[in-house]
Design a protein around this ligand. Sequence first.
Ligand code: ATP
Length: 240
Amino acid sequence: NNRASLLSVNNLTVNYGAIQALKGVNLDVYSGEIVAVIGANGAGKSTLMNAIMGAVPRAGGEVFLDGKLLPKESFNIVSAGISLSPEGRKVFAPLTVIENLNMGAFPIKNREEIYSEMEKVFKLFPRLNERKTQYAGTLSGGEQQMLAIGRALMAKPRVLLLDEPSLGLAPIIISEIFKELTEINRQLGMTILIVEQNARKALLLSHRAYVIQTGQMIMEGNSSDLLHNKDVEEAYLGGN
Ligand code: ATP
């Protein structure tokens, strides 16, 4: 594969005091792909997402988007074309669905463009359309997850980052959301990087995947291959 990667993480290191949470992580995401990072609790998945977004300081390494070095500040990273649906959704509870979506659109200045993005989000998630003026804090967990994804899409990212969209949700809601992620990838051509503890779901959704363990990538490959790999099965697919 000699295509240039859209998102490229090179030798990324993050420290929390004495704890080395990421120990020189490398990762590439090509245009149009869904790439998953799977790993246990505390392996460094959220740290990876937050470091790409500039929300935790990088002790070393670089992140490139389409060959350009990413800026350091979250605000500029979103404007450059990467947005995150964070772990635990973190919707703005006292704001309505529409107000939350508008917050996500902050890099976009043109009102028409914001309106047409919002229409796209409402097409993807009709349940949000039915709840436009409802306060986000009163939405169900699944609806809040849809809103967090919708809010991230409002910035018209080139790469959409998803941190554990399945967290705390019922299996039927998880299936609904993952089906929509496939649509977002296929219909909008959106490039997606997802980190998940639900390894089976993430491998079924994605084209390629990485396995992270204590801050290091220990395996990488086609998701269908990893799904049938004995070591992956034993360590990450038991039971779920
Ligand atoms: P989970 O799925 O449980 O969220 P994760 O794979 O996302 O896990 P991280 O949240 O990235 O893992 O955490 C990686 C390591 O860094 C863990 O050992 C964690 O305890 C530690 N860590 C995370 N945030 C901080 C922080 N703010 N201060 C100190 N240590 C932290």
